[in-house]
Design a protein around this ligand. Structure first.
Ligand code: PMP
Ligand code: GLN
Length: 379
């Protein structure tokens, strides 16, 4: 068999979680919460299953859920989204990202990806015949140099992928970034934007999330991707969605219908009800900011140096001055010898640049975070 992704192995998330399990380490590697989903939400799923919502949902998603998402957008961003024609429910953000890329990228097209980047973008681009063009975010403030972006654009550039709040760095894009991007999409007609906004509800210190959909000209060329897994602590449920203008959504659905067709019906119905209550998503930033701060307080006396985390549930820690090991080796050593698992961030970088920084997930109970911090203080 000729591999379509010859240089790809198992993802770093599976690798590190497996290692954490094998060595009995506290798992701050793969991003998932170690606390339960709201019992009310679980009850709702049960309820809808018992009510008989167990067959295929409509291909674009349960109408009730799409309606609630549109209402949420109106409340949060004062934006009108047409739930019939502009929202498609997908099997997690991962499917949304894959389908969105398939929708616009033709063989030979170039796609701009900012490194460090979430690991699914580049393989998805290559599987659609596109060519990833990597641009490094500045270090250590993780900003995009928009002049460099423009210099990189050729007549083959089809797509720019952004991610805000950003995994793995916790950086967030500001209006100046989105305005610069909007200008580029107006100047270069062939260009589209894929905006990964799965952490929209997790921002800190007043760094409110801005969506590409808030910029009218940019919105005309954009697909924005979201995930209920992140928002409601249910990464295992794999329910996400993509918002895009009608002419793009039409094409997205042509592909989505042959990838998964539709997503778990009862879960969609339950999520629709759960979205009714604003506190279910309004309080998430505070909830995670507290966790971030508990972790930061815990490692204050350690030799690890935190980089600013403005959103997501990830904290980068530099171990410069602690060890000469590369970040992959350091993450392994910490897991095996000290029983705290993290993610090396060079793997999110095409050039594998090693800044001696590890990513720690703080979507964990206070006791888990304190135990991990205690260990890190002894290193
Ligand atoms: N994008 C980013 C930036 C993520 O961190 C994740 C989840 N780790 C995803 C997409 C995938 O989301 P989902 O689990 O809903 O497929
Ligand atoms: N998004 C999660 C992370 O960044 C992991 C997702 C996965 O395991 N594929 O850790």
């Amino acid at each position: 068999l000729v591999s379509k992704l010859p240089e790809v192995g198992t993802t770093i998330f599976s690798t590190m979680s497996k290692m954490a399990h094998e060595y009995g380490a506290i798992n701050l590697s793969q991003g998932f919460p170690d606390f339960p989903v709201s019992p009310q939400l679980i009850e709702l799923v049960n309820y809808y299953m018992k009510q008989g919502h167990n067959q295929y949902a409509p291909m674009p998603g349960a109408p009730a859920l799409r309606q609630k998402i549109a209402e949420l957008f109106q409340k949060q961003y004062q934006l009108k989204i047409n739930s019939e024609t502009e929202i498609t429910i997908t099997a997690g953000a991962t499917e949304a990202l894959f389908v969105a890329i398939q929708t616009v990228v033709h063989p030979g097209d170039e796609v701009i990806i900012f490194d460090p980047a979430y690991d699914s973008y580049s393989p998805a681009v290559r599987l659609s015949g596109g060519k990833p063009i990597h641009i490094d975010l500045s270090w250590p403030d993780f900003k995009i140099d928009w002049e460099q972006v423009e210099e990189t654009i050729t007549n083959k550039t089809r797509l720019i992928i952004i991610n805000t709040p950003h995994n793995p760095t916790g950086a967030v894009l500001g209006s100046e970034d989105l305005l610069a991007l909007e200008e580029l999409t107006q100047k270069y007609e062939q260009l589209y934007v894929l905006s990964d906004e799965v952490y929209e509800h997790i921002t800190f210190d007043g760094n409110n999330h801005k969506t590409v959909m808030q910029y009218p000209e940019l919105a005309k060329k954009s697909m924005a991707v979201f995930s209920f897994g992140k928002t409601f602590h249910a990464t295992g449920w794999k329910v996400g969605y993509v918002i895009a203008p009608e002419y793009i959504t039409k094409e997205i659905r042509k592909i989505h219908q042959y990838v998964t067709f539709s997503v778990n019906t009862a879960t969609q119905m339950a999520l629709a009800d759960f979205l009714e209550e604003e506190s279910h998503y309004n309080s998430i930033s505070n909830f995670y900011q507290e966790k971030r701060d508990i972790f930061l307080e815990g490692i204050k006396k350690s030799r690890f140096k935190p980089l600013p985390s403005k959103g997501t549930y990830f904290q980068l820690l530099s171990y410069k001055g602690i060890s000469e090991l590369g970040d992959v080796a350091m993450a392994e050593w910490l897991t095996k010898e000290h029983k705290v698992a993290s993610i090396p961030i060079s793997v999110f970088n095409q050039a594998k640049t090693d800044h001696k920084v590890l990513r720690f997930c703080f979507a964990k109970n206070e006791s888990t975070l304190s135990k991990a911090a205690e260990i890190l203080c002894k290193i």
